[in-house]
Design a protein around this ligand. Structure first.
Ligand code: JBZ
Length: 254
């Protein structure tokens, strides 16, 4: 897969991609990542990528020329996905990450200032994505988020260790709590079942903790969850448990 990012801060993209799993994926040839500055596709003396809005008003708008020229210089195949990162986009989901991971060429357009000239949206972009409802200064961090979510899904990127199968959202439940040594840290001990060596009991405990957490923290995910027959047994057991003071999802711990 090829991913090109059009951004007035190319170093922000390059540095964000030069670590850990995404770095390894590039070295292994699973993905080819590059950042391009639309400033290199300007023709005016000041190499300007933005201009004042027609009709007046505050702020600046990204000029269409340098964006179109930067994309056209990449000679994208006709099936390339050209994705604008803007607050007006659809909120990124795991299902959308899977869909983008099927594409052989992604081109990400990072907005700045008051956003893009509308003709970029109308005549260049195939998709428009946001990462969530909070205010950011530009599309670079959203582009990095999208790249991370997509690249980790590509074949051979995650080892069996990190495998995508057990993630939150793979079955629509939050993950169970994890513990490592020491078994007593400052008087805080780990659940006894995890030391029992009883693998069936451990699996049941973990599944119930997934249910407990998802019910308490993500009622939206819990409503959509489709339990199996064995899940239903565990859900019933959970509903019959006496709430222990330490086992809850109290507001104090959030
Ligand atoms: C995004 C104008 O450029 C921006 C500004 C905010 C912003 C994006 C692009 S993309 N927020 C988001 O994904 O939430």
């Amino acid at each position: 897969m090829k991913i090109d990012v059009i951004t007035i801060f190319p170093e922000m993209i390059r540095s964000g991609l030069s670590h850990s799993i995404i770095k390894r994926a590039q070295e292994a040839g699973r993905v080819e990542l590059a950042a391009h500055d639309p400033r290199d596709h300007t023709t005016d003396r000041h190499r300007s990528t933005d201009d004042t809005p027609y009709g007046g008003g505050a702020g600046m708008v990204m000029r269409p020329g340098p964006i179109f020229a930067a994309v056209e210089s990449l000679e994208p195949p006709s099936d390339a996905r050209i994705v604008m990162l803007t607050p007006q986009g659809k909120t990124l989901t795991q299902a959308m990450a899977h869909e983008f991971a099927q594409s052989s060429h992604l081109i990400l357009l990072c907005g700045h200032y008051e956003g893009f000239d509308e003709r970029v949206r109308e005549h260049l972009a195939t998709d428009e994505i946001s990462i969530g409802d909070y205010v950011l200064t530009g599309g670079e961090l959203p582009a990095l988020v999208l790249i991370d979510a997509v690249v980790r899904l590509l074949p051979g990127v995650l080892g069996s260790e990190e495998s995508a199968a057990g993630d939150t959202f793979s079955d629509g439940l939050l993950e169970y709590p994890q513990y490592t040594r020491p078994p007593d840290f400052r008087g805080w001990t780990i659940p006894e079942v995890l030391l029992s060596g009883n693998h069936a009991a451990i699996a049941n405990w973990r599944r119930k903790e997934q249910f407990r957490r998802t019910q308490a923290r993500r009622p939206d995910l819990w409503s959509a969850f489709q339990p199996s027959k064995s899940d239903l047994k565990l859900i019933k057991q959970l509903s019959e448990e006496i709430p222990s003071p330490s086992a809850g999802e109290s507001s104090e711990e959030n």
